[in-house]
Design a protein around this ligand. Structure first.
Ligand code: SF4
Length: 290
């Protein structure tokens, strides 16, 4: 395997391993109609996720709470940046009811960043987890949370609501964090993951995108640091540029490189590793509670 995954030219065509079928099928249509009916936001759509057909076809979806306008402007992300709308306190019940209607066994919840709110959105986060527990008691949850700017009392609200998995994405390696997530900090995200695990999180999880110009050794270094923070689950997937305005893909990482990194990550002690070109942070999320 090459030690550097970086190439100097921006590739223009997707390799064949990244081509996916368009979503179809009855379950997909059912989930689509519920998402529209309940005016829900899904990261599956705004993130142009390549696995949307597979996940929705199986009756599962990742819900984005706290609106669809983010206070941050990460260079890879297709969610709109701006001044978000006021918090909608009916949202927790709506999410809970649709999860029940969809008969979702394992729900993934995520949110935009709400740096405009004094509580960072943590109260609505906790209310949503409780609403899902109350309305759909058989459903387990993964919560893909923001960094809450490292605020421990806000993180405590998530810990007290006790979702089965708490994830927070690093998104990229240390050197590229400033370029990829301008308002975030690599060490702060690492500290958030460590705090969650040290304070009772059952499972912690993170995701890194490849293809933004990182070297394989930089990915290895991040994996090592994540295990030092006792992170349980890691996902590694290919970055895809959502629109020409977003950060360009620097290189398409070959499936063999993903396989090699999976072997190495497992050897470091991660309980679950999802590593492949089409892997996204919610991919196979239902397996990560065990
Ligand atoms: S904080 Fe999250 S939702 Fe907001 S721009 Fe960054 S990746 Fe997108």
């Amino acid at each position: 395997m090459s030690e550097t995954a970086t190439s100097t030219t921006t590739p223009t065509r997707k390799p064949k391993w990244l081509r996916v079928k368009l979503p179809t099928g009855e379950n997909y249509k059912h989930v689509r109609s519920l998402v529209d009916q309940y005016k829900l936001h899904t990261i599956c759509e705004s993130g142009h996720c390549p696995n949307m057909g597979e996940c929705w076809g199986e009756g599962t979806a990742t819900f984005m709470i706290l609106g669809n306008i983010c206070t941050r402007s990460c260079g890879f992300c297709n969610v709109a940046t701006g001044r978000p709308l006021p918090v909608d306190w009916d949202e927790p019940d709506r999410v809970g009811r649709s999860i029940k209607l969809m008969k979702v066994k394992h729900a993934v919840l995520t949110s935009v960043d709400r740096d405009d709110l004094p509580d960072g959105g943590s109260i609505l986060w906790a209310e949503t987890i409780k609403a899902v527990r109350r309305i759909s008691p058989g459903t387990t949850m993964e919560t893909l949370i923001p960094d809450f700017r490292g605020n421990e009392s806000q993180l405590d609200r998530i810990l007290e609501a006790a979702p089965e998995v708490i994830s927070h994405n690093m998104e990229t390696v240390r050197r590229l964090t400033r370029q990829v997530r301008i308002q975030a900090q690599y060490d702060r995200s690492l500290a958030v993951l460590k705090y969650l695990k040290d304070n009772g999180a059952h499972r912690t999880k993170t995701g890194i995108m490849l293809g933004l110009g990182e070297t394989v050794d930089e990915v290895r270094e991040s994996l090592y640091e994540l295990r030092e923070a006792r992170v349980d689950v890691v996902t590694l997937g290919q970055y895809l540029q959502p629109t020409p305005k977003h950060l360009p893909v620097q290189h398409f990482v070959e499936p063999e490189v993903f396989q090699q990194l999976e072997v190495e990550a497992k050897a470091l002690g991660f309980i679950h590793v999802e590593s492949g070109p089409l892997v996204r942070s919610s991919y196979h999320a239902e397996k990560h509670i065990l």
